[in-house]
Ligand binder design. Structure first.
Ligand code: TRP
Length: 453
């Protein structure tokens, strides 16, 4: 994938490799773990509708913008913003945007790695038969016992961070490219099988109803913010990850087409996860709003009950861990690229530093599920605080700035040439969305949340 041997700043081996890597970054815990549980906490249908609208009018245009900024500058996000600002004769403060991205990436990774560790731990639980014929309450106890043990969570968090660092040091060229190539399609197939299982429960339509029948009275301004924040999170936007990936993108690849494919695949995986999970929730009298444990309390019931469930459970949690791994490398890559390109670090040293800091931060999340569970700031645990700060605040702010930069600061001559849309109206539509609609939407949601509107 990224060929770091020939030049300081590598290139993707092909358009296909880029799509694979960017889809790998987008599809992850956000789709399968986070989307279902925040949908459950925010009342279902109306939340899903707002999320889909945000992907379409905010996420997709900003994803094109972010890819474009990366490809034009061919640099890591901090330098990219410096170069592009010079090119546009703009104020030099824009490079703080790159900084915020690097920090947001490490903050997100700190809790992402802990949850990815849960997924890896569940491979072993599936393997040892913990789910076989277990009922909902046994599965719930299994999860509760697991997260109450700091030692176990630290062990799996450490393992996952080491795996991430190992891959980032090695470069992603061989192992992971192959893994993603087979495991992503396999993940799709498994999601369909889980949906098929959900159809056999007698709560399938109740699940669909919950997901797709909007009841706007359940929507608060904070749920709208969460839906919007999640559109950024799930597409890996607003912190420079897609900018880094774009910077490795060859000039002859169409940004608009690839962005549509990536966003489409990402959305389908999230919806499939929702369609599989909610029928199981209702069939077992569980609560949709049970929080971050939702998939760990529901899917094992399905694996325990269905034929071939033992193997499917193992495969599912392996794929979830790999999907998390292909996302986590994009969270750490901006920091690593910057340390290597600007601070003269070797790749090893850069990975050890960024990984070490992230690992340490992750302990806060580990403890927020057990020994520090009573410690709350603004009524939120450390995990919830980190999630709110990054997904709901930093990513939308980063995305807002990217939209303003691409729509107002960068010369239209440059953006039109970079985007190279198949139809002329495509560029006009993008320009309108990125200059007005997306920034205004982010702005109004913020105003609403702080109570001004
Ligand atoms: N999109 C990933 C997911 O849904 C998470 C992720 C990877 C991410 N890179 C990112 C989120 C950059 C925000 C920014 O699981």
């Amino acid at each position: 994938m990224i060929d770091t041997n020939t030049t300081a700043h590598g290139k993707w081996s092909s358009r296909y490799a880029y799509i694979l890597a960017a889809t790998g970054s987008a599809v992850g815990l956000g789709n399968i773990w986070k989307f279902p549980y925040i949908t459950g906490e925010n009342g279902g249908g109306a939340f899903v509708l707002v999320y889909l609208a945000c992907v379409l009018v905010i996420g997709i245009p900003i994803m094109m913008a972010e890819t474009m900024l990366g490809r034009r500058s061919q640099r890591n996000p901090i330098e990219a913003m410096e170069i592009l600002t010079k090119e546009a004769n703009a104020d030099s403060h824009w490079h703080y945007l790159g900084w915020m991205g690097v920090i947001a990436g490490l903050l997100i990774l700190s809790y992402y790695s802990v949850v990815a560790g849960w997924a890896s731990a569940y491979i072993l639980k599936a393997f040892t038969g913990s789910f076989v014929d277990a009922d909902a309450s046994a599965i719930k106890t299994l999860y509760a016992d697991f997260i109450s043990s700091p030692i176990q969570l630290i062990f799996w968090h450490t393992l996952f961070m080491l795996a991430t660092m190992y891959i980032v040091v090695k470069g992603v060229k061989n192992g992971l490219e192959k893994a993603v190539q087979y495991l992503m399609p396999a993940l799709f197939v498994l999601m369909f099988l889980l949906v098929a299982y959900a159809m056999t429960t007698n709560s399938y339509f109740q699940g669909l109803h919950f997901l797709f029948t909007p009841d706007f009275s359940k929507l608060t301004s904070n749920s709208v913010l969460t839906a919007m924040g999640h559109a950024f999170f799930t597409l890996s936007l607003g912190m420079g990850a897609i900018m880094v990936y774009g910077s490795y993108l060859p000039k002859d690849v169409s940004i608009s087409k690839t962005v549509f494919m990536i966003a489409g695949a990402d959305t389908i995986v999230a919806l499939l996860a929702g369609i599989a999970i909610f029928p199981i929730v209702f069939a077992n009298n569980l609560h949709p709003s049970s929080g971050p444990g939702l998939i760990f309390e529901t899917l094992p019931i399905a694996f325990g009950a269905m034929t071939g469930g033992w193997l499917m459970g193992i495969l599912f949690f392996i794929m979830l861990s790999v999907a998390a791994l292909t996302s986590s490398i994009s969270l750490i890559e901006p920091a690593v690229a910057w340390l290597v390109e600007n601070r003269g670090f070797t790749r090893e040293k850069a990975c050890i530093w960024s990984g070490g800091v992230t690992w340490l931060l992750g302990l806060g999340t580990v403890f927020s599920f057990n020994v520090w569970s009573d410690f709350k700031v603004f009524d939120r645990s450390i995990f919830q605080l980190l999630d709110y700060l990054t997904a709901n605040l930093m990513l939308p702010i980063g995305g807002f700035c990217i939209a303003i930069f691409a729509g107002w600061i960068m010369s239209p001559k440059h953006s039109e040439a970079e985007l190279d849309m198949p139809i002329a109206q495509g560029y006009q539509a993008w320009k309108l969305l990125v200059s007005y609609v997306a920034p205004a939407a982010v702005f109004f949601v913020f105003l609403h949340v702080i109570g001004v509107l």
